[in-house]
Design a protein around this ligand. Structure first.
Ligand code: UFG
Length: 337
């Protein structure tokens, strides 16, 4: 039975990854400092899977603590999702972002090597492509446009250099596009602290009456209807992408990047339309100015993941908003309910 360590495993993506691993028969060990998540997510994951994941509440900056985790479990692969991820906060506190995100990865690699663990799947982001031309291909030149994105980009370089230093390393860099939706049970989902910045959680909270209206950040982009286009991916499809990447580690030595997206773009207006269909009522919205730092379009070229990971998305935008709405309705206060 393989034992997989999931860092950040109580978070939005981490909880869905932990569930997929348990369902696939892995032993799962979760490390999370709970700075942006609740242990309740893992309790529900265990309920859904009918099996427990081991949990250590700990920061990856605590190298001694991390060593103890590796000493107490026979870990053979790490899925590294832990990190700070708010673009705005990273602009206000770049040093904090560099310290936490890079420090965590450096500690992790050190301890992995010490314990002879050389298989790693890393959560990178489409943000590493910066203001490049969409659809993005893995071979595009990188150029993240904010401190958060740069920590992802630098971590990618760090892992590439580590992989080049010894042939035993097998590292997958997964560049996520825009994860939305929730597990179909409505038991686990995204639980943003405070007012969400991201479109789908904000739209859903507005439908639930928590906000007056959605502001569309600009409708004068060169896109199908003038609003920003993104490649939304259902979080359950995204979790499946991690399992596919684990399989690819067996056949790909060294370090390799894969885009995890659908290859299909949806505009802000299309997302709101889909959400209104899912909710069954109009969701108040109006057009405001562009949001600084946004680009017109960010869509994946997903061919490499399709061909090499044998992975593709199965869930549509309607599935994403329907599942997100179920989660929102059953957990109006998130995990604090
Ligand atoms: N948008 C609105 N109104 C809102 C929120 C968003 O119109 O209230 C629009 C944005 O302008 C954009 C689209 O909805 O066109 C998606 O915005 P999100 O904030 O949901 O997602 P982003 O694409 O901006 O950000 C995501 C991740 C970041 C990552 C970034 C770049 O959330 O972590 O992609 O890859 F850095």
């Amino acid at each position: 039975m393989p034992t997989t360590l999931v860092t950040g495993g109580t978070g939005y993506i981490g909880s869905h990854v932990a569930l997929a691993l348990l369902e696939a028969g892995h032993e799962v060990v979760v490390v999370d400092d709970l700075s942006n998540s609740s242990p309740e997510s893992l309790r529900r994951v265990s309920q859904l899977a009918g099996r427990e994941a081991a949990f250590h509440e700990m920061s990856l900056l605590d190298r001694v603590g991390l060593t103890k985790v590796f000493a107490s479990h026979e870990i053979d692969t790490v899925i590294h999702l832990a990190g700070l991820k708010a673009v705005g906060d990273s602009v206000a506190d770049p040093l904090g972002y560099y310290e936490v995100n890079l420090g965590a990865s450096m500690n992790l690699v050190r301890v992995m090597a010490e314990y002879g663990v050389f298989r790693l799947v890393f959560s990178s982001s489409a943000t590493v492509y910066g203001e490049g031309i969409s659809p993005f291909v893995e071979t595009d030149v990188l150029g993240a446009a904010n401190p958060y994105g740069r920590t992802k980009e630098i971590q990618e370089y760090l892992f590439r250099d580590v992989a080049a230093s010894g042939s035993q390393w097998r590292i997958a860099l997964l560049r996520y596009f825009n994860p939305v939706g929730a597990h179909a049970s409505g038991r686990i989902g995204e639980d943003p602290i405070g007012k969400p910045n991201n479109l789908v959680p904000f739209v859903m909270q507005t439908a639930a009456g928590l906000h007056e209206q959605v502001t569309i950040h600009g409708d004068d982009y060169a896109t199908i209807d003038g609003t920003g286009v993104r490649d939304y991916i259902h979080v359950v499809d995204l979790a499946a992408g991690h399992l596919a990447a684990l399989g690819a580690l067996d056949t790909h030595a060294g370090c390799r990047a894969w885009n995890l997206g659908s290859g299909v773009g949806s505009s802000v207006k299309q997302v709101i339309d889909a959400a209104e269909r899912a909710v069954g009522q109009p969701i108040p919205h109006h057009v405001g100015p562009r949001r600084p730092g946004d680009i017109a379009e960010a869509v994946a070229n997903a061919s490499r993941a399709n061909d090499e990971l044998g992975w593709t998305t199965h869930r549509t935008l309607d599935d994403m908003v329907t599942d997100h709405w179920r989660w929102q309705q059953s957990n109006p206060q998130g995990y604090t309910d």
